[in-house]
Write a protein that binds this ligand. Structure first.
Ligand code: THU
Length: 139
């Protein structure tokens, strides 16, 4: 993706982080996905008194976009507080795998917007996809 869109995507993730609902961990995360048409959907982590029901920022952003009819993503940014970028949890990797191509850019950044660029192929090698289901289900 071009530098301007990357900047918008990272900025959106940084901004979404400010809405994080984190009374238990205090750890704010923001995420944003970009579509082929240049739309951006963002989300934050939303915790719960029943800890396991917490929704990560990545899934919030992706589910918001998909629920608005989007499926073709060209990038994801994940932004956290502090100097060390976070890497998506296993559950989020599986959800990213569902909608992202092998080489789609994923930017993991710290609170200054600095970090690394990776891909779902690297984050979840040999992941489970609809191709594994062969003739089963709707694939
Ligand atoms: N979290 C995310 O939102 N995304 C990540 O990539 C890592 C973890 C959240 C979940 C929880 O609210 C807090 O960070 C601590 O685990």
């Amino acid at each position: 993706m071009d530098a301007a869109l990357k900047m918008r995507l990272v900025q959106s993730a940084l901004e979404a982080r400010k809405n994080a609902y984190v009374p238990y961990s205090g750890y704010r995360v923001g995420a944003a996905v970009a579509t082929k048409e240049g739309s951006i959907y963002s989300g934050c982590n939303i915790e719960n008194a029943s800890y396991g029901l917490t929704n990560c920022a990545e899934r919030t952003a992706i589910f918001k976009a998909v629920s608005q009819g989007e499926r073709d993503f060209i990038g994801l940014a994940v932004a956290v507080d502090g100097s060390r970028p976070a890497s998506p949890c296993g559950a989020c990797r599986q959800v990213i795998r569902e909608f992202f191509d092998d080489e789609t850019e994923i930017f993991l950044v710290n609170e200054n917007g600095q970090g690394i660029c990776t891909t779902i192929a690297r984050l979840l090698p040999d992941g489970f996809t609809k191709e594994n289901m062969g003739g089963y289900g709707n694939s």
